[in-house]
Design a binder for this molecule. Structure first.
Ligand SMILES: [Zn+2]
Length: 258
């Protein structure tokens, strides 16, 4: 074994140990590259390589300009993805919907002031929502990279939810599902949806948070069939849709008059 690969191995082990023991909890930011290089006694490029490899299995995520964050205490993309392989895309999306809604509820209950500031900033940065959970045909980089959604899971303060969400998004990036998902909401719809979710979380109104997120996930990611037609995930009666529209209008009115 060369010295290089031994250093790479021990660097990887160092990072994994800090993550799996909870020394760096899920959602936390890990020390910056030069600091880690100093602590471990290796070069910066070795650290960078190890971070990249943990990011590829869903344990870390690097956000440009913000740092590297712990996303999962276990390699979700291997464990969970193997498990999810047995389920249909419809089943996985439905499960993902449940995670999003529960995270919105928990975020309304448990968010800190810092969480709120981070969410507000992310919503502003993602105005037009080009990075909302969108998986456009042929596009890989923009898929499921919404910081707003990720921060919601951080604000929920539930490590299991956050890990499962990261793993589920990883699964949706796999070749089996690529090109079968689309985003049907317009940028202004996305913006309005996020504003509603954010407003509910700001007011710590967990019921509104649940309803606004349920409404949002119904059209943020949809399945397209072989003929590139949208497969409706949730078919509602006109009466049910009317109730949703009425609730939304009441929300918008309240937000406008606040
Ligand atoms: Zn969204």
């Amino acid at each position: 074994m060369t010295m290089g690969s031994e250093r790479a191995r021990s660097t990887l082990a160092y990072l994994r140990r800090h993550i799996s023991t909870g020394a760096w909890p899920v959602g936390s930011r890990i020390p910056i590259e030069p600091e880690l290089a100093e602590q471990i006694g290796v070069g910066r490029s070795t650290v960078r390589e190890a971070v990249r490899s943990l990011a590829s299995i869903g344990m870390l995520e690097t956000l440009p300009g913000r740092g590297t964050f712990v996303r999962s205490s276990a390699p979700t993309s291997t464990l969970l993805n193997e498990f999810l392989n047995d389920f249909t895309l419809e089943e996985i999306l439905s499960y993902r919907r449940a995670l999003e809604i529960e995270a919105a509820q928990q975020a309304a209950l448990h968010r800190s002031d810092e969480d709120l500031v981070a969410l507000e900033r992310a919503a502003l940065e993602e105005k037009g929502c080009t990075r909302c959970p969108v998986l456009l045909n042929g596009s890989e980089s923009s898929a499921f990279d919404s910081t707003f959604h990720r921060l919601l899971f951080d604000a929920a303060k539930n490590r299991l939810l956050a890990s499962l969400y990261a793993g589920t998004n990883d699964q949706l990036r796999t070749p089996a599902h690529r090109g079968r998902l689309a985003n049907v909401a317009t940028a202004s719809e996305m913006e309005r949806d996020h504003a509603r979710v954010l407003d509910a979380i700001r007011r710590r109104d967990f019921i509104d948070a649940v309803h606004s997120m349920a409404d949002h996930v119904d059209h943020d990611v949809v399945i397209v069939n072989d003929r590139q037609e949208v497969v409706p995930a949730l078919v509602r009666t006109p009466e049910q849709q009317q109730r949703i529209n009425t609730a939304r209008e009441a929300d918008e009115l309240r937000a406008a008059t606040r």
